[in-house]
Design a binder for this molecule. Structure first.
Ligand code: M6R
Length: 363
């Protein structure tokens, strides 16, 4: 039940610190200094990883690509299930397919899983519904432990998917000898801070509700990010369009000058997701290109980032200072709240947006 919340989506957004902490308790050692998977996964025989999913789960895979490449130094492909299944790509026994699905029933993701099995590859499912078809048909099924997600817009499943994929990427790095114990401890400790940081990000809700007043009058919104924040830009845009029906697009910040900047004027809010990470300066220079064209920038960063680059922006949202590794998990919260409050002001049916189903069991 919704309890004190008006919508399941609001309830599920606010449940995140709790469910994420519970999930991490199953994936980290009690001292939080290392990862321990509830079911073993062998990465030593893999020559490449293929991450397959749809929608928000695909964006979780997109973030995970950055982690697997960095920690395990393995080639990683990310695939939209509906394209992958019909392309019939050449695969071999060295392929480790990871299938991410909240429901575990998405028809295209299931077909992709069956394809990888048929070509001799190995299969791991990352699911919320542990009794689902995708969980049953894969060799290994890892639960994300988000609890039932009722709102059509995926929220807590996304952050829990990220936590499990982060644990998998760290495990892959350890097994392949590309991540030493000290580095695993640093990453695991950082991961353990995510629930607390997410709660602090959720405390920005009153400010976000205020910003949403302007956003609800926009007809187009752009989201920008670099590195592992690029998929967050895609996810922020998907969330906004699916529940508020405002046209929104996410772009890699560096792609802006290759086309999308033509859309920018003083009527187009541009939401920049920029924690102070090694790519921060690059993102800021893309943001300044937007401002030079009268773009209305909403900068999401930490206090240091905002004091460095906040001047001249339309609005800023100060997120907690964090290890950039966990930024995709923490910045998901404001992206979800931006969509939620904008949709509320538009008067749309937040939990059951038009034309959408919670589980897409037909292709
Ligand atoms: O159940 P799944 O995770 O396989 O579902 C995948 C997508 O249908 C889902 O994430 C969809 O994009 C959501 N409506 C996004 O909020």
């Amino acid at each position: 039940e919704k309890g004190l919340y008006k919508h399941f989506m609001a309830k599920e957004i606010h449940e995140q610190p709790g469910v994420l902490a519970d999930a991490l308790a199953r994936y980290l050692t009690p001292d939080r200094a290392a990862v321990r998977l509830p079911v073993p996964v062998d990465f030593t025989s893999a020559s490449r990883i293929v991450l397959v999913a749809c929608g928000t789960a695909h964006y979780a895979c997109h973030v995970a690509k950055y982690w697997f490449e960095r920690f395990a130094r393995l080639p990683v492909e990310i695939e939209v299930a509906s394209e992958f299944r019909y392309r019939e790509p050449p695969l071999d026994a060295g392929t480790l397919g990871i299938f991410v699905s909240q429901s575990g029933e998405t028809a295209d993701t299931l077909a992709a899983l069956r394809y990888v099995k048929a070509t001799g590859g190995r299969t791991v499912a990352v699911v919320n519904v542990e009794t689902s078809t995708i969980a049953r048909e894969s060799e290994v099924a890892l639960p994300i432990l988000a609890g039932p997600e009722i709102g059509v817009a995926s929220t807590k499943a996304f952050t829990c998917q990220l936590a499990v994929l982060a644990a998998l990427a760290i495990t892959a790095g350890r097994q392949r000898g590309t991540l030493d114990a000290a580095e695993e401890t640093r990453l695991s400790t950082a991961l353990a801070t995510a629930p607390g940081l997410l709660s602090r990000a959720l405390a920005l809700e009153p400010e976000i509700a205020e910003i949403a007043r302007d956003l609800s009058r926009a007809s187009d919104v752009l989201f920008l990010g670099r590195g592992s924040m690029y998929p967050l830009a895609l996810e922020g845009a998907l969330k906004l369009k699916e529940i508020s029906y405002i046209h929104a697009e996410g772009y890699a910040a560096g792609e802006l000058k290759h086309g999308p900047i033509a859309l920018v004027d003083d009527a187009v809010p541009v939401i920049v997701l920029a924690p102070t990470d090694p790519l921060f300066d690059k993102t800021v220079s893309n943001m300044q290109e937007v401002m030079a064209r009268d773009g209305k920038v909403l900068l999401l960063s930490d206090a240091a980032g905002i004091s460095w680059a906040g001047e001249g922006t339309w609005r800023t949202l100060a997120l907690p200072t964090l290890d950039p590794f966990v930024a995709p998990i923490v910045y998901a919260a404001p992206a979800q709240l931006i969509a939620y409050h904008t949709a509320i002001l538009k008067g749309t049916d937040v939990d059951q947006p038009r034309n959408l189903a919670k589980s897409v069991t037909v292709e």
